[in-house]
Design a protein around this ligand. Structure first.
Ligand code: NAP
Length: 274
């Protein structure tokens, strides 16, 4: 029997670790699948996605910058996808209807709460950045009942737009003067670290008990996490766990199977992640 065909679509996509993650899940559950990386030329998402499904594709993941295109492509959306206006997982039901989900936000919440044992409920949260990655996590963070969530971005207008879209009284877009001391949880969702920089934010936002999470991940500690550890010895974590957890949730959508993630996260960390 031919293996079920899955893929990740994006641009760039060569760096993606999704194939090895999903092959690990397939081994755990005794499934047979193929999982490819498909580069989407600019403006060609719909064409590439349609061809993939027409050629026996069962489901696929979407990475940057195509999550908005995937949102427009699907017939039905989960609430997380609707609220974040982003789709990272596509599946097709028995009637041929195309479903879009966003597992990034739930993946982050699972990593924070189950893997790291960090609290979200009743916490004072600061999120840095207002790009695609942050758009994908805000709704799920709010579902996990923080006391409030402040959104701070270099370009304030983008944070204001996201805040308006979320329409949740606990969330506020803040300017530098509104930032508070010692947030409980600080999440870096900017891409500053990719060019070796820390987003400009006053040190006072971090206290001794602040916990810091960088959505970026890499082979060593991220620039942002190094900065946080040096300021107050804050507890830090990077986004590798989120990557694996969002994949586990996609796998569950496709196969209704639960998988173990802890060992895989450790293995990926040892073998280097980009
Ligand atoms: P994006 O849409 O391009 O947005 C970039 C964001 O970073 C914007 O808010 C931008 O601010 C801000 N920024 C960039 N350089 C900055 C600097 N030097 N100082 C302060 N702010 C800066 O990118 P994205 O898709 O949101 O991705 C953000 C990061 O999340 C990436 O590093 C990506 O790898 C990571 N990510 C991780 C996962 C995971 O599974 N762990 C999933 C998705 C994304 P302006 O609005 O002012 O330009």
């Amino acid at each position: 029997m031919a293996k079920k065909r899955f893929a990740v679509l994006g641009n760039p996509v060569a760096h993606s670790r999704s194939p090895e993650i999903h092959q690990d899940f397939a081994r755990q559950t005794g499934m047979e699948l193929s999982y490819e990386k498909i580069l989407v030329p600019t403006g060609k998402f719909r064409e590439v996605a349609t061809d993939f499904l027409a050629l026996d594709g069962v489901g696929f993941n979407i990475t940057l910058p195509c999550k908005g295109d995937a949102f427009a492509f699907v017939d039905h959306k989960s609430s997380s996808a609707s609220k974040s206006r982003a789709v990272n997982t596509v599946s097709v039901d028995s009637n041929g209807q195309i479903h879009g989900d966003n597992t990034d936000g739930p993946g982050l919440v699972r990593d924070l709460v189950h893997n790291l044992n960090w609290k979200i409920e009743e916490q004072r949260i600061l999120v840095l950045g207002a790009g695609g990655a942050v758009r994908g996590i805000l709704w799920d963070l709010l579902q996990a009942s923080p006391r409030y969530l402040h959104l701070y971005n270099r370009t304030l207008s983008k944070a204001l737009v996201l805040t308006e879209q979320m329409a949740d009284a606990r969330m506020t877009a803040v300017d530098t003067g509104d930032l508070e001391d010692c947030y409980d949880l600080v999440i870096n969702g900017t891409s500053a670290g990719l060019s070796g920089m820390v987003p400009r934010v006053p040190k006072k936002v971090l206290g001794k008990h602040s916990r810091c999470y960088d959505l970026v991940y890499g082979s060593g500690a991220t620039v942002f996490n190094n900065w946080c550890s040096q300021i107050n010895g804050c507890e830090v974590a990077d986004g590798l766990g989120m990557l694996v957890e969002q994949a586990a949730l996609s796998f569950h959508l496709w196969f209704s199977e639960e998988v173990h993630t802890g060992e895989l996260i450790s293995t990926l960390r040892k073998t280097g992640s980009s």
